[in-house]
Write a protein that binds this ligand. Structure first.
Ligand SMILES: *Cc1c(COP(=O)(O)O)cnc(C)c1O
Length: 479
């Protein structure tokens, strides 16, 4: 017995290393805070992209302990200084993320208290906060309070939950799979196709719909394809539309599609991961008409609400459809009394234990209110118009007027246009002050500009135009 106690006490001494004293915590926190401030204060001079790769050996760890200064130095030099920097206002590629400061404080509190956010039995407060945020989103998108929702890690899991519910509602399994039809746009985000494969629907029939010149689904084409498929004895069950495609930010005609879906008994899912929160803009609200008729929708606060990566959301009207695959009871959960008011997050998601991620949105909303978020979204829309105007003045060719804040352009050049624009983008990447990505539109290589980083201000847009113009002149001079 004494031997056992001695061993326990010896281990207790070593494991105490996981519990810094109050003074040590102050010291650690001070150093991390100093670094955070130097990072944020230096952002404007920091650049947005570096093609350099980190030295992998810098990340090695072993029994030799490192002081916080050294760890922060490795972080600054090998992580923060390399690759794309989404925290920078010069980030205009792909779909920019955010990283508002207050979210970090929310995450900090979530980690310190480690509230169990999967079930209200364990943390009624954490779950109530998640419900508060989901109810706000239901009211934004015109979903009834009876809808269920979940805060996910991002849009991919949000779409996965919605499509699983669609599958279960329409009982798409066994021999039915090969006769069942999904209608979608060739511009739909690939994570939806990935989700269909993950949930066992690899063999459904996929009908890609025709797009108009603005890359939006042509509703008439959907009606024609539906009729043909029904006549052929197939089972149309799912329509997926986008509120803001990733490639060009196009808004599918949500209202028209909603009516067709309703008439034909299709599950109507809207992927609003990129564009959803633009519904907060009075001027663009009209583009979202019909989203309230969707059966489910996915939206990404880590895009449209400028949060750090790690927060998506899904809303689904049909509770039973969601619970079919996601609800589970087990013996070891028998103490978890079911709360009838607050649906447990674990019953709406593949996750049981989850990060208390609601804090990263709830705390900023409490501190700042919604006004600065709305203003930031409207600012991005106006900056998109401004950016395009300035590029046009410099002689660049532009894609069509965008619905939201993603657009594209290229330098029109009769001899080898693709090659010239690829080189132009390379020049911008070499410089690193701003970052764009590229895409192919109707066979043409174009440079994409996506304005959604909350730190993108008019100064960065002017700088980007200047850099593009200079690079273009330099390249032409070399020919
Ligand atoms: C980003 C995006 C997704 C994927 O979301 P993640 O948060 O990256 O998982 C899905 N759909 C659209 C339209 C997107 O822009």
């Amino acid at each position: 017995m004494d031997d056992l106690k001695t061993r326990i006490l010896a281990l207790q001494k070593i494991s105490a290393g996981l519990e810094p004293s109050s003074d040590q915590r102050d010291t650690y926190f001070q150093k991390v805070n100093d670094y955070s401030n130097s990072f944020l204060n230096g952002l404007s001079t920091f650049g947005t992209y570096s093609p350099e790769k980190p030295r992998r050996e810098a990340f090695a760890f072993g029994e030799k302990l490192k002081p916080m200064e050294e760890i922060l130095k490795i972080f600054a030099e090998e992580v923060a200084a390399k690759g794309i920097k989404p925290a920078s206002g010069g980030y205009m590629g792909y779909i920019p993320g955010g990283g508002i400061y207050a979210s970090a404080l929310g995450d900090y509190l979530a980690d310190i208290t480690n509230e169990y956010a999967g079930m209200s039995f364990a943390s009624p407060g954490a779950v109530a906060i998640e419900h508060e945020l989901l109810n706000w989103m239901k009211s934004l998108f015109g979903f009834p309070e009876s809808a269920v929702g979940n805060l996910t890690s991002g849009g991919s899991i949000a779409n996965l939950i919605a499509l699983t519910s669609a599958r279960d509602k329409h009982k798409i399994k066994g021999a039915r799979i090969e006769k069942s039809v999904v209608y979608l746009s060739p511009q739909l985000h690939h994570c939806n196709l990935k989700a269909l494969r993950i949930i066992g629907l690899e063999d459904v029939i996929i009908r890609e719909l025709e797009l108009d010149e603005g890359s939006r689904i042509v509703a008439d084409d959907l009606e024609q394809k539906l009729e043909a498929d029904k006549a052929a004895g197939l089972n149309p069950f799912l329509l997926i539309a986008s509120a803001g495609t990733t490639d060009t930010g196009a808004m599918d005609p949500l209202n028209e599609l909603a009516d067709i879906a309703q008439t034909n008994n299709l599950w109507y899912h809207v992927d609003a991961a990129y564009g959803g929160f633009f519904i907060l803009s009075e001027e663009r609200k009209h583009l979202f008409k019909g989203i309230e008729k969707a059966d489910s929708l996915a939206v990404d606060p880590h895009k449209g609400l400028f949060l750090p990566f790690g927060l998506g959301a899904v809303l689904v009207k049909d509770r039973e459809a969601v619970f079919h695959s996601h609800h589970h009871s087990a013996n070891y959960m028998q103490d978890a009394v079911k709360n009838v008011d607050l649906v447990d997050p674990a019953d709406v998601s593949p996750e049981l234990t989850k990060h208390f991620r609601a804090m990263r949105l709830w705390l900023p909303l409490q501190l700042h209110g919604t006004k600065p978020f709305v203003a930031c979204l409207e600012e991005k829309l106006l900056l998109t118009t401004y950016f395009r105007k300035r590029l046009k003045e410099k002689g660049f060719a532009l894609g069509p007027e965008p619905d939201l804040s993603v657009s594209y352009f290229w330098w029109p050049f009769s001899e080898n246009e693709t090659d010239f624009n690829k080189k132009l983008l390379e020049e911008i990447h070499k410089d690193g002050t701003v970052f764009f990505s590229s895409t192919n539109i109707n066979g043409r290589f174009v440079i994409r500009m996506a304005l959604l980083a909350f730190r993108t201000k008019i100064g960065q847009v002017d700088k980007a135009v200047e850099l593009l113009d200079e690079a273009r002149i330099r390249l032409l001079g070399r020919l």
